[in-house]
Design a protein around this ligand. Structure first.
Ligand SMILES: [Zn+2]
Ligand SMILES: [Zn+2]
Length: 328
């Protein structure tokens, strides 16, 4: 499976000179299976450029699955600007969590009512189906996709995606269930030592994944002022992923107040924490244009070798932007 990040920002799009390297578009990731089948993970503003690219690369109709974690703006606002939806002959299957009061389709139609947007959902020319998802394992686009509720103010699903011999988790948005991670007297760093059952279940969901993409909107210092807003800190995510034996972790859904300089520091702190935990966990902060290829595990004897590789543009270096604060 291959992944490309088209939007890495949480809450609201944040364009400008201070976010050029990590990007200002909200959540959107393109997943390409070995068969060539496409899955769009969330439809934040990054979906606009992805849609344009899919049209440009197509020699006929465009077909894809759209898998939404939830329907907060930063995960659906690119949907009405996803150009392939406007063309006859294209085909999309949209999946997302069943809402508290409305179906997924009706929630998406709501943001396209004429008060907000000139084209209503039913006027889109492509053939589109909508399916509400609950917890459990679903056969979608030739993959086994297991959905599990996240801890977030709106019904939200995290996804464990298995196919092509690999397992990827996409977990956004999610807040720790409890401030302490480890049980008193228990050995830290082990799944069974996690104190709160919800946090343990969350860690178990990512157990052994080749790649986990997880939101990490806040730093530990910022978190007390943002409690119950529905988001994680990088330290919570790194500790759980390390305990779960995850090989590679990509942090995303960056806070709008975190500029490129701040994000560089977050990445260093997250990597330093992973090292101090004595884990093999590789940590990267996602940036627009980041491409990752996840390959099936190859074994030489009993030693696992290369599973993930990154490509594409590096986020570059040098920035005229000053940090908005310190991430520690
Ligand atoms: Zn979000
Ligand atoms: Zn949200």
């Amino acid at each position: 499976m291959r992944l490309r990040f088209w939007g890495t920002r949480g809450s609201i799009a944040t364009p400008g000179p201070c976010t050029t390297r990590y990007g200002g578009n909200t959540s959107c990731i393109e997943l390409t299976e070995a068969s060539g089948e496409k899955i769009v993970l969330d439809c934040g503003t990054g979906a606009r450029l992805l849609g344009n690219q899919l049209l440009a690369a197509s020699d006929g109709s465009v077909s894809a699955t759209i898998l939404l974690t939830h329907t907060h703006w930063d995960h659906i606002q690119g949907f009405p600007f996803f150009a392939p939806l406007f063309a006859q002959g294209n085909h999309f299957r949209v999946y997302g969590p069943e809402g508290a009061h409305l179906s997924l389709r009706d929630v998406l139609a709501g943001q396209m009512e004429h008060h907000y947007f000139p084209v209503e959902l039913d006027q889109l020319a492509a053939r589109i189906t909508y399916q509400d998802l609950g917890e459990g394992t679903h056969d979608i686009a030739g993959l086994k996709i297991t959905a599990q509720q996240m801890n977030h103010p709106s019904p939200t699903l995290g996804y464990r995606i298995a196919g092509d011999g690999c397992t990827i988790c996409y977990l956004s948005d999610h807040e720790p269930f409890y401030e302490a991670i480890w049980r008193d007297g228990a050995e830290p760093g082990r799944l069974e030592s996690i104190l709160e059952p919800g946090d343990r279940r969350h860690a178990e969901f990512m157990q052994g994944a080749d790649l986990v993409i997880h939101e990490a909107q806040y730093t530990p210092d910022e978190y007390p002022a943002k409690e119950h807003w529905g988001h994680s800190t990088y330290s919570y995510v790194v500790k759980l992923a390390a305990a779960a034996g995850v090989r590679r972790l990509v942090l995303t859904h960056h806070d709008p107040s975190h500029d490129d300089v701040f994000m560089d520091a977050v990445e260093q702190l997250a990597r330093g924490l992973a090292q101090r935990l004595d884990s093999r966990l590789e940590v990267t902060c996602a940036y627009e244009g980041l491409e990752i290829s996840v390959q099936p595990l190859v074994r030489r004897g009993a030693t696992p070798v290369e599973k993930c590789s990154s490509g594409s543009a590096s986020p570059g270096s040098g920035s005229a932007c000053s940090s908005t604060g310190n991430p520690w």
